[in-house]
Design a protein around this ligand. Structure first.
Ligand SMILES: [Zn+2]
Length: 236
């Protein structure tokens, strides 16, 4: 399947006159112009670099609302990297929510294990990143596929029907941590809704043809049959 991009390259730049140090004087949610301009421009840039796709699942982000600026390393654990560009990519809402959920569970488990309620350790790092240290750029420092340092297809493969497999432990952790294989059901539900919107049978069949690139033929047939049955029942 078309994954759009292997990794984000080159790394987008800060706007002229803006630096990470200047931005760090503000919170992530600040309404200061320097912060809002940074976010707007970076998001626009990243959408282009990422060919309009989510940095994790590679689904198309159809509109700006669906695209979220995602911190690879969460900003609560590492606030000093909240404006680090290599820590920011555009993701879909589903991946964003799943990643946050996984991070919270992981951190809670780590704190129980170490018996330290303030311990900081996140699942995407293979290193302990100390306060004040530079943001890592070495692929070995990451346990998950990082959109700036790893070539996606070296670690993860996506087959039609949104079936994710992996070529490395890094890929396996990413697919499992983000529960990427759950997307197959989400996408089939979306397909059903899309086809329901089509008025006539011919229009629906033409629409389903264009889905062959991302969905398996047998899944499309199953969804089309469901829509037809539902329409028939509604008529009777
Ligand atoms: Zn996604």
């Amino acid at each position: 399947m078309n994954i759009g991009f292997e990794r984000i390259n080159p790394v987008p730049l800060y706007l002229a006159g803006t630096t990470q140090a200047l931005l760090n004087a503000y919170t992530w949610t600040s309404k200061a112009r320097i912060v809002t301009d940074f976010k707007t421009e970076l998001k626009r840039n990243l959408r282009t670099c990422q060919f309009g796709r989510c940095c994790f699942c590679r689904r198309l982000l159809y509109d700006d609302y669906a695209a979220q600026l995602e911190h690879f390393v969460d900003k609560d654990s590492y606030p000093e990297h909240r404006f680090e560009i290599r820590n920011l990519a555009v993701s879909c809402g589903t991946c964003n929510v799943k990643k946050n959920g996984y991070f919270s569970k992981w951190m809670a488990g780590y704190r129980r294990l170490t018996n330290n309620p303030n311990a900081i350790r996140i699942p995407v790092f293979s290193i302990q990143l100390n306060s004040g240290a530079q943001f890592p750029t070495n692929s070995a420092d990451f346990r998950w596929v990082n959109p700036y340092v790893h070539n996606y297809s070296d670690h993860i493969a996506i087959a039609r029907g949104w079936v994710f497999t992996w070529h490395s432990p890094t890929g396996r952790r990413t697919v499992r941590g983000l529960r990427l294989n759950d997307l197959a059901e989400v996408e089939l539900r979306a397909l059903k809704e899309k086809l329901e919107m089509r008025g006539g049978m011919l229009s629906m069949l033409v629409a389903s043809m264009s889905e062959l690139e991302v969905h398996r033929a047998r899944d499309i047939a199953r969804v089309v049959a469901k829509v037809i049955t539902r329409r028939r029942n509604a008529r009777n």
